[in-house]
Design a protein around this ligand. Structure first.
Ligand SMILES: [Zn+2]
Length: 215
């Protein structure tokens, strides 16, 4: 009997600990911040209903109605279809969406603490903080998969202006970096974009080479 009681206590502790961690955990894949739909929307004051029969999550707070159907590349916000640049993903049995798609959908503000790898979403006087782990696995998008493969092939240090290789763009500062540049880790995920092409073309598009990695 005593053993069983200890076992139950232990399991309860594990469940409480793991659900706390799960609720606040995001994933950064290829420069996109993916956050758990359920945890985030609940913290922002939405009611979350999951219809298992059709695989549909319905989220509502009185101002916005969001529905996400399993396997679809769009989400529905107030009756309109929105296509996130990265589709929904199932991670550890949970539904994840890019934070930018969620923020744009309901008009929330986001900020990024690079040092703590923490996303802060504020909406309607409510806050959600999501700590993120950086993942390097390829993402389920054809475009990014191709560039990741190209990146692996051309990971040598020879950088030629006319050679098409993968660079990292900061769409905010309009700087071009090589993927291994130390500045890349400091770029806010939503400003970070993989670019496969020549340096000259990127410059022609208004970007300037980083002073640290592309001198
Ligand atoms: Zn750089």
């Amino acid at each position: 009997m005593k053993k069983i009681r200890i076992l139950i206590l232990l399991m309860t502790a594990i469940i409480i600990l793991s659900t706390n961690v799960m609720a606040a955990q995001g994933v950064i894949r290829n420069g996109r911040t993916l956050v758990p739909v359920r945890g985030v929307f609940e913290e922002l004051g939405f009611s979350v209903n999951w219809d298992g029969a059709v695989g549909k999550a319905s989220l509502s707070d009185g101002n916005h109605n969001v529905s996400i159907i399993k396997g679809q590349n769009y989400i529905k916000v107030d009756g309109k279809q929105i296509y996130p640049d990265v589709p929904q993903q199932i991670i550890n049995n949970g539904l994840y969406l890019p934070v930018k798609a969620i923020a744009d959908a309901i008009g929330a503000d986001t900020s990024w603490n690079a040092e703590k790898k923490l996303v802060h979403i504020s909406y309607n006087g409510k806050d959600s903080y999501i700590s993120c782990i950086v993942e390097t696995a390829p993402i389920a998008s054809n475009k990014t998969q191709n560039t990741t493969q190209k990146q692996a092939q051309t990971s040598s240090n020879t950088v030629q202006n006319s050679k098409a290789i993968t660079y990292i763009l900061n769409t905010n500062t309009r700087k071009i970096h090589i993927p291994s540049c130390t500045s890349v880790g400091e770029i806010y995920p939503e400003h970070r974009q993989e670019y496969c092409g020549t340096l000259d073309d990127a410059i022609a598009q208004g970007y300037s080479p980083c002073g640290r990695c592309l001198r």
